[in-house]
Design a protein around this ligand. Structure first.
Ligand code: SF4
Length: 164
């Protein structure tokens, strides 16, 4: 089942998506992941509801008509936006119509995200594409992007390349 993290990884790196889907999970102890967890604990002390986890949805918090997500920086803006749109779409399918807010703590900035019918169509296509990637027998190639140095799979990807 496609989850919010799959959507996030789809926009960051298809190889990362594939590795995660195959249970090669190196994220747990990674510094940025730990930072994110601490951030969530602090950000939602006063929210109406803290984390909501149902099926494939794991939402940071719901505040009235808004689903809230908090991110450290806006470096992954597109991935963050589509992850939140995915949550809004999944909630809508369950009869809950919400809007979204993404807060970027470093920039002290919050963006509103509203789900449209076009987004829903796009999300259906994205989910199909994610399914195809996850079913591949071999991982997609290393992307050679600056984001690789911050990725939990960095050693894994580049050590593997060195052996070729
Ligand atoms: S290190 Fe780079 S290529 Fe490897 S999974 Fe991470 S982002 Fe993708």
């Amino acid at each position: 089942m496609v989850s919010g993290l799959h959507i996030q990884y789809y926009f960051v790196c298809h190889r990362k998506l594939w590795l995660y889907a195959k249970n090669i999970q190196l994220e747990e102890g990674h510094e940025r992941v730990q930072t994110g967890k601490i951030l969530h604990e602090r950000a939602y002390k006063n929210s109406e509801e803290k984390e909501l986890a149902v099926d494939n949805i794991k939402i940071d918090a719901i505040d009235g008509e808004y689903v809230r997500e908090v991110k450290v920086t806006s470096k992954m803006t597109k991935a963050d936006k589509w992850q939140l749109l995915f949550y809004l779409y999944e909630l809508k399918k369950r009869g809950l119509n919400k809007k979204g807010l993404i807060s970027y703590t470093k920039e002290k900035r919050t963006e509103e995200v509203v789900l449209t019918e076009k987004d829903e169509e796009e999300l259906d296509k994205i989910k199909e594409s994610i399914q195809e990637i996850m079913e591949q027998s071999y991982p997609p190639g290393v992307i050679h992007s600056p984001i690789c140095t911050k990725c939990a799979y960095y050693d894994f990807c580049y050590a593997e390349e060195g052996e070729e």
